[in-house]
Structures are given as structure tokens and as C-alpha cells.
Design a protein around this ligand. Sequence first.
Ligand code: GDP
Length: 195
Amino acid sequence: MSGRPLAIRFVSSATRAHQLPDSDAEVAFVGRSNVGKSSLINALANQKQLARVSNTPGRTQLINVFSHDGGGTMVDLPGYGYAKVPGRIRKDWSEMIEGYLLEREPLVMVFVLVDGEIGPTPLDVQMLDWLRENEVPHTVVATKIDKVRSSHRQNRRRELAAGCRLEPGDIVWVSAAKGVNIDQLRGLVVGHLTR
Ligand code: GDP
């Protein structure tokens, strides 16, 4: 099962959790802008434009929902920390994301994307602390690991995990560009959606 592309289709966009469709189980992806979230969702589904299609202008600041053929839904949350966004809009974003994470009943797992090359930014750490405080189940996914030279990988894994206050083995290390561990992450997603 995990080797097959994730069979997902874009369903709708919303700004608030209560506007979302019913679901038996839902997983969400969150991360700062440019962390590689669209590329990862596209890689999981083996579709080139899935996340981008839904991220056409005007939809980028929305909660985008995908349905999974095997049951459940998947959500692409708006990227946080985009530097050029004025403070007021940033506040709206965080309210939307926090509201979703606290209120969405079918939510079973949040995949928090951290750039594997750069490591956790202060905003990523803030997000992880907030998820812990609020006891929201989450898994850290380190993206773009192809950008880390293989001789540096072990150190990078240790540093990144320490920055997230986790062990390297707690983190899923992926590369959407090179297809590394995409099967593994797909298996985790399907497991959460169909349990
Ligand atoms: P998003 O803003 O989080 O949706 O990020 P995107 O998926 O649009 O990716 C941001 C940039 O990172 C783009 O230039 C991608 O080509 C690049 N990128 C995404 N995933 C990978 C990866 O696995 N490896 C490498 N080398 N680049 C990646």
C-alpha cells in the first residue's frame, strides 16, 4: 500500500475549521513558507501540480482540504513566517492555524515540516512548543535532505533533532526532489487515515 501514490483530490478551501467538510480522520501539514510543503504533498500523491493548483493566488492563505480515496482527509495549512506579510495578516494567519489545530475534531496527526538543510527556525520551535503545550499530536518531517552532503548528514540529523528537542529517530527525513523516504511518510499518512 505505502508504495502506491497517495490517492488524493483537492476538495475545498476554508478559513475556519467549522467550514471544513466532515471527515473520519484527518492529517495536516504545516511549516514555514518555502519549507517544501507543496513539493512534498505533490510527491506523496505523485502529482506535479496538486498542491500548487490549490495554491493559486487567493488560495494561498487558506486551509486546503484533500480527500483520500481510502478514507479520511488531508489538509495543507498556509505556510507561516512569510517575511513580507504585514503584522495584521500574520496575526490572522496564526489565529486561523491555531483555531484549526485546536478545534478540528477529526485531526489525528500534524506533520510539522522543518527544512533539513537549515534546521528549525525560531518560528518552527515556537510552533513545536505550542503543539506540545496544547497536546496536539505531531510528527516532525525534515525536508530537502538531498541538500545536505552525505558526510554532514549524521551531524545535521543530531543538530536538527536537538533543535526540535527530539531524537533523530523521532524525525522522518525526506527529499521530495529525490524521492527519499516518501514511501515511508506515505505509509504513516495512510496508517493515520485508515486506522
Ligand atoms: P512551500 O512554500 O513550503 O510549499 O515550498 P515549495 O514546495 O514551493 O518549495 C520551495 C522551494 O524548495 C522550491 O524552490 C522547491 O523546488 C525547493 N524544494 C522543495 N523540496 C525540495 C527537495 O526535496 N530538495 C530540494 N533540493 N529542493 C526542494
